[in-house]
Design a protein around this ligand. Structure first.
Ligand code: ADP
Ligand code: MG
Length: 159
């Protein structure tokens, strides 16, 4: 049963890049393999920066490239594989299927998807949706738990 006020949303202000990286570190404590996270926001909003913060917190020290042209960058972490998608350049949602992404994003992988609207209707449902927006020199972020487990984690964070 959901009450009207039973929201699982957090909004934060991120004054500088370090704050976005720090949010990645915070999120690394709650994301698990099998989770799907949608990253929304305009070009330059900080989506890839957030992924970089997450990867650093998961112990990955190499370069974090934006998968703008490849659409997918995979990272083999010690405990699981993190899939970072950037679907900005996808012209047709069916490319998601043709590229085999549906198999790459599965119960054993943590999937982070920039521009999920480009594959609308074909992506797995998100556990979390993270929306970044430019605000002056910094950013604001809105994090919403959408699956049962996503809602639970965000509500725990809300305190
Ligand atoms: N909280 C923040 N405040 C100011 N600049 C930020 C913040 N977070 C990220 N940036 C900067 O925004 C720029 C674009 O970030 P990027 O992660 O590539 O955006 P996106 O993936 O959404 O297109 C980078 O130069 C990054 O340093
Ligand atoms: Mg990006």
């Amino acid at each position: 049963m959901h009450k009207a006020d039973d929201t699982a949303v957090i909004t934060l202000s991120l004054p500088d890049e370090a704050a976005t990286l720090g949010l990645g570190a915070k999120l690394s404590a709650l994301l698990k393999p099998g989770w799907v996270v949608y990253l929304r926001g305009d070009l330059g909003a900080g989506k890839t920066t957030l992924v970089r913060g997450l990867l650093r917190a998961f112990g990955y020290e190499g370069r974090v490239k934006s998968p703008t042209y490849t659409l997918l960058e995979s990272y083999e972490l010690s405990r699981f594989i993190l899939q970072h998608y950037d679907l900005y350049r996808m012209m047709d949602p069916r490319e998601w299927l043709d590229a085999g992404f549906r198999d790459d994003c599965n119960a054993g992988t943590l999937c982070l998807v920039e521009w999920p609207e480009k594959a609308q209707g074909l992506l797995p449902r998100p556990d979390l949706e993270i929306r970044l927006e430019v605000a002056g020199e910094g950013r604001t972020v809105r994090i919403e738990g959408l699956s049962a487990q996503g809602r639970k984690e965000v509500q725990r964070w809300q305190g």
